[in-house]
Design a protein around this ligand. Sequence first.
Ligand SMILES: [Zn+2]
Length: 322
Amino acid sequence: MWRFNKKHCAGMLVMGLLFAAAIADVSGADAGQPQNKPQGKLHSNFTTAPVEVTKIADGLAMLSGPGGNVGVFYGPDGILLIDTGVSGRDADIRRAIAQLAGDKANIRFVLNTHFHADHSGNNAAFAGTGATIIAHDNVRGRLSTEQFNDFMQRKSPAWPAAAWPVLTLGDSGQIWLNGKHAVLKYMPPPAHTDGDVFVIFPELNVLQTGDLFFNGIFPFIDYSSGGSLDGMIAAQKKLLTLIDDNTKIIPGHGPLANKKDLEKSIQMLETVRDRIKPLVDAGKTLEEVRQANPLADLSAWESFFDVGTFTELVYRSYTLHD
Ligand SMILES: [Zn+2]
């Protein structure tokens, strides 16, 4: 249960709420209230943040700003777009793609790394111009039915059918395009959700993680959709085994990353687990844990969530409900 009368730091709480609203609200209707608190290259106001283009390798770029990071795998055969930002940003995303691949670039495939609305918000728009929407089997199930987010205490309606994936994956798949290929792999739950797919570009030594990894910031743990903190740690450790010192990583949120950034994230999440789980196991209430402020020295990771809100998210992810 989210209680709005707690002693939250108001500014950070607003960011966390807006972020969670962007994730939870498939309509995107109230995800964009002005709140003007960008942190470096990271913006939580997904509906107005500029689209920033980071070229990563030959035929691969990252778009940041309009939601979760977007991967653009482009070349003469056409484009694979990985995630689609929040609703209403399709024109901005297309403009950024045109800079990379020209006005005539054909977006042939869209992959959703998971169902959250900041990664799937423009599915219908891209499907409408001919893209085939691809995702894990469970993503189609979630996008096509009403969802309930426990942390937000919020229901979201199903997406319209035009936004649903038409090609669904089980464990893995490949897309062969532009003389290279993208390997799509399912990360079984618990991780971020129950439909997480990450992407490896073997010829380019790039990994796109979706929200299995937030770079430099506290992540969202969607414990009501199959996610958990322990699962996030296990997933990140698995990803670590698949990369080397030169791998470039497109995280779900935050700037382009490398192996060291992923290692730091694992270390931080393990610290969070080691401080909060014993309190949960000892039967402490949420209020007692918040008072203890076990993450006080981790404020460098604040962005969407401050230490108090993240403490609450982790506590709830362990207890599910209080
Ligand atoms: Zn997410």
